[in-house]
Design a protein around this ligand. Structure first.
Ligand code: CMP
Length: 139
């Protein structure tokens, strides 16, 4: 099967806590190739745009506040079966339900401050990768 991609963000909680290096190492050890990566910070408008699908949810305002509170690391990751394999690596949205050995089990605080994002479909991975990176920034 041809390799495909997923988009991750190491979220402000994990960056501020100094977990970025360990998280990136887990990602690479799991067989993902980094196509693009940057340290950046989302504006309120960009966070609202990224999470627009959740705009009607009661947690939307808090989520936007959280995702703009400090820098994030965005990355495009390549691997066969990238979306599904990455979601297995990061574990359940709520770290209380995340399996041992997953990134969220190790580094997430709660269902909102859950350390990392992973795309939920190939279609959204392509949209999210273009949201963060221009074509010339991907290798
Ligand atoms: P993520 O995988 O980035 O996708 C949407 C984000 O919304 C999720 O991770 C969490 O950070 C947050 N989220 C999802 N469900 C809840 C919830 N019930 N309460 C608070 N935050 C949530």
């Amino acid at each position: 099967m041809a390799s495909n991609i997923t988009l991750t963000m190491i979220k402000p909680d994990a960056v501020a806590a100094g977990h970025s290096g360990k998280i990136i190492d887990m990602i690479i050890q799991a067989g993902f190739r980094v196509q693009a990566m940057k340290l950046t910070r989302l504006s309120t408008e960009k966070a609202q745009e990224f999470y627009a699908v959740h705009s009607a949810r009661p947690f939307f305002g808090d989520l936007v506040k959280f995702m703009t509170e400090g820098p994030i690391i965005a990355a495009v990751l390549e691997k066969e079966n990238a979306v599904e394999d990455f979601r297995k690596l990061i574990g359940a949205t709520n770290p209380a339900n995340a399996e041992e050995g997953t990134i969220r089990k190790a580094f997430a605080t709660d269902i909102e401050r859950n350390a990392v994002h992973g795309s939920d479909s190939n279609e959204n991975a392509a949209i999210e990768a273009s949201f963060h990176f221009a074509g010339v920034e991907r290798f």
